[in-house]
Structure formats: C-alpha cells, structure tokens
Design a protein around this ligand. Structure first.
Ligand code: AMP
Length: 209
C-alpha cells in the first residue's frame, strides 16, 4: 500500500507513522528525518538544507524530489511505503503521482490552536530519539533514558509560526488535490495518540475492503 500522511506540523504525523509503518510492514519515509540526519552528520546535503530547516522554510522542490525519488527506488519500497512530510507542494504531489501513483492520502485533521502549544512545548531526546511534551514531564530529562532533552531548532516559537504559515500557503492545498483525486481519508487528530492510531487503522481497513 502506498500511503501519504498529510497534516500540519504538530498534527502527530511522525508519531503515527512509526506505529503505522510497524503494523502495515511498510517503510516510513520522513523527508524531515532525512534532512535532519544529514544536518547532524554535516553531509553536503545537510549543509545545503540547514538554513531552510532552521527558518521553517521549505527545501526547494527539485532537491527534495531528487532525495525522495532515490529513496523510493530502494528495494524495501517495492511493496509500498508511508510518506511523512512529503509531498508538501503541488509540484511535489504532481511529480510523485506521475512517477508512482499513491493509493491514499491520510489526513490528520487538527485544530490550529492546539498546534502552536504542541510544537512549542515539544522536547526531543538526542539519545533515544523520543519526543515528549514539556507539560507532561517533571523536568527536562528524558523519561526513557535520562539524557538531557533539547528543543528542535525549528520548534522555537518564531519558526513554529513560520512553519504554520508555510503549511497553510503551500501544503494545505494538497487536501483539495487529494480529495479531487478520490484518495483522501480524513481522521480527527484532536485526540490521544492511541485514539488517532485506531482511527487511522479503521480508515485504512475500510478503504481496503
Ligand atoms: P518535518 O520534520 O516534516 O516537520 O520537516 C522539517 C523541515 O524539513 C520542514 O520545515 C522543511 O524545512 C523541511 N522539509 C521536510 N519535508 C519537506 C518537503 N517535502 N519539501 C520541502 N521541505 C521539506
């Protein structure tokens, strides 16, 4: 099954993708994770994309498309994939659908007010890669492995505002695009992680019958 996860930054795409990928046995491909991995390892790609991620702007389509095209050509994508954070523009969606038509676009639908709070309270563990919310922790150490938690550069308030503006201008139009293509499955993401996961699984099961 070829699935796209759509939704604003902070809607829970990364969290849901990890579990959906495990249950559906398809690789989870996150363009944001690929870029961050390259930035951490100071690769030439990392150096090229760092300023875009730090400011919350989108990496240019051509560069993003070349990364995703290479990744989707790998063996583990033969039986499907779960795309998280891609496509993010109509140019990317058109290129993807022309090369490798997807089956469904699963939209994690969430209220905008919840997003700013979620994103700006989000803490990341550089050791075990877990994501936590400040309001649910007694301090700023990782509850899983005790490492010091950090904030993603692009979760800082000014960048969060910018990412939401970029989402509304460039990525939100993909909702209508996939609706018109008859591929949109909408899930209420204003719920707990477990409830959203079960809504996603139900929507996908209903689609495949
Ligand atoms: P994410 O982890 O999906 O929120 O992505 C973090 C950042 O990576 C975004 O704010 C963009 O700067 C960049 N990025 C991720 N995916 C894409 C994409 N499909 N197109 C352009 N830029 C992207």
């Amino acid at each position: 099954m070829k699935i796209i996860l759509l939704g604003a930054p902070g809607a829970g795409k990364g969290t849901q993708a990890v579990e959906l990928s495990r249950r559906l046995q398809i690789p989870h491909i996150s363009t944001g994770d690929i870029f961050r991995h390259n930035i951490r390892n100071a690769t030439p790609l990392g150096q090229q994309v760092k300023e875009y991620l730090d400011s919350g702007r989108l990496v240019p389509d051509e560069l993003t498309l070349s990364i995703v095209t290479k990744r989707l050509a790998e063996q583990d994508c033969q039986n499907g994939f779960l795309l998280d954070g891609f496509p993010r523009t109509l140019v990317q969606a058109n290129a993807l659908e022309a090369a490798l038509p997807t089956d469904v676009a699963l939209l994690l639908d969430i209220d905008q007010e919840i997003l700013i709070d979620r994103l700006s309270g989000r803490l990341f563990c550089p050791a075990c890669k877990g994501t936590f919310h400040r309001s649910r922790l007694p301090g700023e150490t990782c509850p899983e492995c005790s490492a010091a938690l950090t904030q993603r550069e692009d979760d800082k308030p000014a960048t969060v505002r910018n990412r939401l503006e970029v989402y509304n201008a460039q990525t939100a139009p993909l909702i209508a695009y996939y609706q018109q293509a008859g591929k949109l499955l909408k899930v209420n993401a204003n719920q707990s992680v477990e409830e959203v996961l079960s809504a996603c699984l139900q929507a996908l099961a209903a689609w495949s019958t």
